[in-house]
Write a protein that binds this ligand. Structure first.
Ligand code: SIN
Length: 489
């Protein structure tokens, strides 16, 4: 089915460097619909030359952009937000087509992305420093906040609009310039967002984007890693890649924000409202078909409510409608690619081989296409299973029964990852006890939908560092300069 937009020119097939759309190199990368494998369009398969040109442009544009009064930068970012919202339908269609999420979720992601752009447009005018009371006479001491410089943003495929928005909007608000490499699976949404940023008045060179295949991406990123003019890398993706970026950034000591893999526990205590826990779990787990870093990956349910929770959950999950984004009834779309479905299938097979039982789902849905997997609930999950140790990144809920609060906290923390955790309880003392002991950057208590532009999103341990959203998300693009003036007595 052709992709029909109200503004067809939002479908870009070029890099954007120094304020111009450029189709070099001639090598092309096919962008496909994950539901069918059909080619939507082609974009440049860029390499070192394009990465360098983008960086040269961002470096040249930095002095003027950082000097622009914050209110003028804010006005441009706010115009960008308005344009994104005006094009919500088109952008939602673009997201759904290249990423596979149902159309309602695609439109929802546009609103979510815009919330970050609006937030950071507002925050741009509130980058305050400090006046420090000098501990000796005749001096004045100040802490100034300054933009870090050129930022390289490397963004994932699961939220092609929101992840770009929450990296680029704070960078622009802080006065940084940007080079961006979007995920190879979903470059079209990012290119459309950059077109709207251009229309909003972002000056030439301030925001540059180059597309590249999985094979060529290291060539692009290596240019940025090696060059001392890039002062910050912001990345959302896997922990192994995050570690690689951290190692390679060491030579030029770049600032880093790394939003990496998760292995979120979801704990339901005996004193929980079971219906609320089921609803919270549905919201947390099945958003984007289970392809989010904060999706619950391990589900611990206390013995007293285990049967009630498991059966209510299985009924809700079995009723989910799986299908292509083009069907308005779809609630779960295709997975992003073959590798993703293979991993999900491997996790489910491994769990079953080690004794897990399938309450619902458990297999691919070949009648829909090669990238569909049935939403699945398993019982009898244990820590030896791959689904307990690795992020499944798909619509699979492995349930484990537990008896003891201390033991379940230990089990929840028994992972190198620490992005999000969730639990349901109505005991206020337990709520604080558990929240304080969970080793994660984010905790949802009696709530499954935790993400917000006003909140600091990010992890601890091997889930990375840095925060996105909130005032912390702006601070990550600033450094502090101490200024001391003497001879004032
Ligand atoms: C992610 O999966 O990386 C982001 C999810 C969110 O923003 O809620």
């Amino acid at each position: 089915m052709p992709l029909t937009l109200t503004r067809p020119e939002l479908i870009r097939s070029a890099n954007f460097i120094s304020g111009a759309w450029t189709t070099t190199p001639t090598a092309r990368l096919a962008v496909t619909d994950p539901a069918t494998g059909d080619v939507i369009t082609h974009v440049p398969d860029s390499g070192a030359a394009e990465a360098r040109a983008a960086l040269d442009a961002a470096h040249a544009a930095f002095p003027a952009w950082r000097k622009l009064p914050a209110r003028q930068r804010a006005a441009i970012i706010k115009r960008w937000n308005d344009l994104v919202l005006q094009h919500q339908d088109d952008l939602g269609k673009l997201i759904s087509r290249e990423q596979g999420k149902p159309l309602a979720e695609g439109r929802g992601e546009v609103a979510y992305a815009a919330s970050y752009i609006e937030w950071f447009g507002e925050e741009a005018t509130r980058v305050n420093g400090e006046i420090i009371p000098a501990p000796m006479p005749g001096r004045r001491m100040f802490a100034l906040k300054e933009p870090v410089g050129v930022v390289a943003a490397i963004t994932p495929w699961n939220f092609p609009a929101a992840m770009i928005a929450r990296k680029i909007a704070p960078a622009l608000a802080a006065g940084c310039t940007v080079v961006c490499k979007p995920a190879e699976d979903t470059p079209l949404t990012s290119l459309a967002l950059v077109l709207l940023a251009q229309e909003a008045g972002v000056p030439a060179g301030v925001l540059n984007i180059v597309t590249a295949s999985r094979e060529k991406t290291p060539e692009v990123v290596d240019v940025w890693l090696d060059d001392g003019r890039v002062r910050k890398i912001t990345f959302t993706g896997s922990t192994p890649v995050g570690k690689h970026l951290a190692r390679r950034s060491a030579d030029t000591l770049k600032k880093l924000s790394l939003e990496l893999g998760g292995n979120a526990p979801f704990i339901v205590f005996d004193d929980a409202d079971v219906d609320a826990a089921v609803e919270g779990f549905m919201a947390a787990k099945f958003r984007n078909g289970g392809q989010t870093c904060v999706c619950p990956n391990r589900v611990f349910v206390q013995r007293g409510v285990f049967d009630a929770f498991a059966h209510k959950l299985a009924a809700r999950v079995a009723a989910l409608t799986v299908g292509p984004a083009s069907n308005p009834a779809s609630q779960i779309g295709p997975m992003i690619n073959d590798r993703a479905v293979e991993k999900i299938e491997r996790h489910v097979r491994d769990a079953i081989a080690k004794g897990a039982k399938v309450l619902t789902g458990g297999q691919r849905l070949p009648e829909l296409g090669p990238t569909y997997f049935a939403p699945t609930v398993l019982t009898g999950a244990d820590p030896t299973m791959a689904c307990a140790c690795e992020e499944t990144f798909g619509p699979v809920a492995p349930l484990t029964v537990f008896d003891d609060e201390t033991a379940v906290i230990q089990a929840a923390n028994d992972t190198p990852f620490g992005l999000a955790a969730y639990f349901y309880s109505r005991d206020v003392r337990r709520i604080w006890r558990v929240a304080e002991q969970l080793e994660t950057g984010i905790v949802g208590i009696n709530e499954g939908a935790i993400s917000s532009e006003a909140a600091p999103f990010g992890g601890v341990k091997e889930s990375g560092y840095g925060r996105e959203g909130s005032t912390h998300g702006l601070d990550d693009y600033l450094h502090t300069k101490y200024v001391c003036q003497g001879q004032l007595d």
